[in-house]
Design a protein around this ligand. Structure first.
Ligand code: UGA
Length: 253
């Protein structure tokens, strides 16, 4: 069974170290295909070169975020959902390259600014239809997601619209078997099961509901630990660059 990791990525000061770190993690995972989708018109040199140095099987795609999903000028980036069209490009690639007769695999949305424990990939690998687990440092909590009993989710720990979300969890908190993607051709990120556009913070639950409900979803992970962190790499403070101490010649991004 192959694990497909779908990663949207965009140009920012920490992009290179984020992708590098993810590359090193995935190099330790057996049978993985890393689908990197850049938020750009075409593949960039930075990502292309990084991929050449990364000893992981990689599919490199690019699609720019449309005006529909771009935050309006003066509004914060999180006023619109991020990575939607990129993840859908990853799903399209899977549907174009596999079929219902050839779908031995599991896919997972792994953002570039998370950190991953290798034990997570065992949980992803064991997914039969759709599975869920805790993600650390999400939604103002130490962790958000399910508590499991005998492989089923018995309760959910979350503060953001817990009652309104069938699955109150982060994008890094679930995986789906590849055959399910062929079985549910309508399933894509940003659209709920009624065909309506997902509200902010509802991307995950709306997508996962195409495949499972609270009682059918497989509950995995550890009771006492988390295997994935929404760690968000902080941008460095570069105030000195502006005061006549510009660091030339050496590229750090
Ligand atoms: C949270 C979730 O962890 C995301 O998976 C979810 O997409 C997002 O909320 C949302 O609801 O839109 P957050 O930290 O706020 O995450 O989002 P980012 O980590 O900034 O972005 C998620 C992914 O999209 C990253 O892989 C990032 O590289 C990519 N991205 C971000 C783009 O492709 N384009 C952008 O302009 C910004």
């Amino acid at each position: 069974k192959t694990i497909f990791v779908i990663t949207p990525t965009h140009s920012c000061v920490t992009q290179k170290i984020d992708l590098n770190s993810m590359c090193h993690t995935l190099m330790s995972v057996q049978k993985v295909i890393w689908i990197i989708i850049e938020d750009s018109q075409k593949p960039t040199d930075l990502v292309t070169k990084l991929i050449q140095r990364c000893n992981v099987e990689i599919v490199h795609l690019a699609i720019p975020t449309s005006s529909d999903y771009r935050a309006e000028k003066g509004k914060p980036a999180h006023s619109k959902s991020r990575g939607v069209e990129q993840r859908n490009a990853g799903l399209n690639w899977l549907r174009e390259n596999y079929s219902s007769h050839n779908c031995s695999g599991v896919f997972y949305f792994g953002d570039d600014d998370n950190k991953y424990d290798l034990r997570l990939f065992e949980d992803i690998h064991n997914t039969q239809i759709a599975s869920v687990w805790k993600v650390a440092w999400v939604g103002g909590l130490k962790w958000e997601g399910p508590t499991c009993q005998n492989g089923r989710a018995t309760s959910w720990h979350s503060v953001f619209e817990t009652e309104l979300r069938e699955f109150p969890l982060d994008m890094a908190g679930f995986a789906v078997h590849l055959c399910q993607l062929m079985k549910h051709p309508e399933a894509r990120i940003g659209v709920n099961i009624h065909g309506d556009r997902s509200k902010g913070g509802h991307l995950e639950t709306d997508f996962l509901q195409h495949f499972a409900n609270k009682s059918s979803v497989e509950c995995r992970g550890s009771e006492s630990e988390t295997y994935v962190w929404h760690s968000k790499t902080s941008s460095p403070s570069l105030y000195g660059e502006k005061n006549g101490h510009s660091s030339k010649s050496v590229e750090t991004r």
